[in-house]
Design a protein around this ligand. Sequence first.
Ligand code: APR
Length: 262
Amino acid sequence: MTGRATVEGGGLEAALGLMAGASSVAVLTGAGISTDSGIPDFRGPNGVWTKDPEAERRSTIQHYVADGEVRRRAWQVRLASEMWHARPNPGHLALAELHRQGRLHTLVTQNIDGLHVAAGVPESLVVEVHGTVHRYECLGCDATGPMDEVLDRVRAGDDDPACLRCGGILKSATVMFGQSLDPVALHRAEQAALEADVLLAVGTSLSVYPVAGMVPLAREAGRPVVVVNAEPTPFDAGAAAVVRGSASEVLGPLVASGAPLG
Ligand code: APR
């Protein structure tokens, strides 16, 4: 992403003012915060689903379980993922600074790349509502572990590795379409939207539920919502501020606004 942050809706000034007055911020991030780390998003102009709508249709648990070809393709995509070489960008680092200021209530992320923890946000404050690519899980038993263990098997030529304990189907520990979210994670996300002074939604098209429901929840609780996104979202109209710009350029100034003195 390049280009100066432009403003629409309440705009950058309104966002700066809201952040300046917030002592507790709930954050919801999506794939857009990681594009400047080299990880494509899904629905942006160069998004994974934008480029291959069939890939979105295939990314369901039903297809994954039923079709070995879908699994074999998925393991090759995992093996080649940009996530293994990605590093936190200034957007991730700004949210880690928000934590260091003592103002981060909860960081709810739809991302599976682990970059918020890599940037310095404590795991205890990060809620990965769509899971993580860094671990695998078995659909036949409760076996789970570091994704590298399975990727080593794929590299060695096993193109659809089965569980070593029960022979079941293995997948990444992410939430696929057709699977439900961890109810504890979802509850934490909802509580954050209700409790924090401000809800900051960054780099997400706010098009996937139930987690997009954090925004109406915050608004019904009278909490201002600040949207930072490169493209319009369905919730821009009701947001207290909309900043049309790059997360890696905008979040630094937003977090610096209202930083505790001393
Ligand atoms: N700064 C700000 N916004 C950006 C940037 C950037 N540098 N780069 C991209 N964007 C915006 C895009 O314009 C897009 O509107 O980020 C948004 C990302 O939206 P999606 O691609 O839909 O990603 P996300 O909202 O995280 O998707 C939610 O859908 O496919 C599932 O499970 C997947 O977690 C994902 C969920």
